[in-house]
Design a binder for this molecule. Sequence first.
Ligand SMILES: NC(=O)c1ccc[n+]([C@@H]2O[C@H](COP(=O)([O-])OP(=O)(O)OC[C@H]3O[C@@H](n4cnc5c(N)ncnc54)[C@H](OP(=O)(O)O)[C@@H]3O)[C@@H](O)[C@H]2O)c1
Length: 324
Amino acid sequence: MAKTVRIHEFGGTDKLKIEDVEVGEPGPGEVRLRHEAAAVHFAETLVREGIYFLKPELPSALGLEGAGVVEAVGAGVTDFAPGDRAAYRFNLGAHAKARLIPADQLHHLPDNVDAKTAVAATVRGMTAQYLIRQIYQPEPGETVLIHAAAGGMGTLLTQWAKHLGATVIGTVGSPGKVDFVRENGCDHAIDYRAENFAARVMEITEGKGVPVCYDGVGAQVYDGTVECLSPCGFYVNYGHSSGFLPPIDAMVLNQKSLRFTKASLKDYMRDPAVAKAMLAEVFELLAAGVLDPRISAEYALEDIAEAHRAISSRDTTGSIVMMM
Ligand SMILES: NC(=O)c1ccc[n+]([C@@H]2O[C@H](COP(=O)([O-])OP(=O)(O)OC[C@H]3O[C@@H](n4cnc5c(N)ncnc54)[C@H](OP(=O)(O)O)[C@@H]3O)[C@@H](O)[C@H]2O)c1
């Protein structure tokens, strides 16, 4: 038996149940993993509400990303042995003390990456990789706009953009986050709940606007972002923490020849060789100290409702994780 976070209905945090689930022995091709840590993603609050692209059959376990130690392997598993440290992403069931999982969804953890760092920085790190290295890589000296710069994604994007030599303007949702993003590398910090961020960006860039915006916030920043992109600028949306974007109007984009994408990691990691290279780059930058997920809180499995409330209520900085 393993304590597991599950939902039987979509809805609020009251739908989160902690249940004892039979784990059993791994079948052919499977591994039993004892979790040490699991990520806590904003996206998991959307899974709980039933509005994420991955909408599970109910009842369902929660938690998209986990890391731990292999306890047992099923027939035919040759890549993993009991005692190996391993992690995975995009497989619901991470918010559990232990689980079964197909071995081909796991990857080995390097010795210098602990389980806590792995879950805070793998999905987010790989997402930052495709956003900033594959979709739009800023040139040294270019000014970029990063929304929700104090969040899990925003923290890593800022560090990576600075590493590439960009000047970073970061938006944040409260005055308390301004110092955090400055200390994390932002050259300019804008509290977008107190100030008109588009006007400030135009002021900082002396009327030019920014060539790219990395946006995980969506609805509430859409109009302002379009306003402060430079001609031919790239609107890179990868999330909608504040609500769904409006339908994209081609004629609005046409006014400045803007480019727009709404991107998902799943599409950028569909080729296993590419995904492996992306992950290797993230681990390399973690080892070099370029990336740091800035883990600000650790929650016990039993406190999952509190963790969901914290990330939804904009109370967190950096990444938060669950420790088993
Ligand atoms: N497409 C992909 O491949 C991919 C992969 C990973 C994550 N994501 C997305 O990236 C975004 C960030 O994920 P994360 O886990 O790192 O979360 P996070 O950024 O740590 O937390 C979400 C942040 O969004 C901001 N926000 C703005 N309006 C909000 C609102 N109305 N309600 C709640 N938060 C609001 C808040 O920062 P402020 O208070 O500073 O505004 C909050 O801290 C999410 O939208 C997630 O779904 C996408």
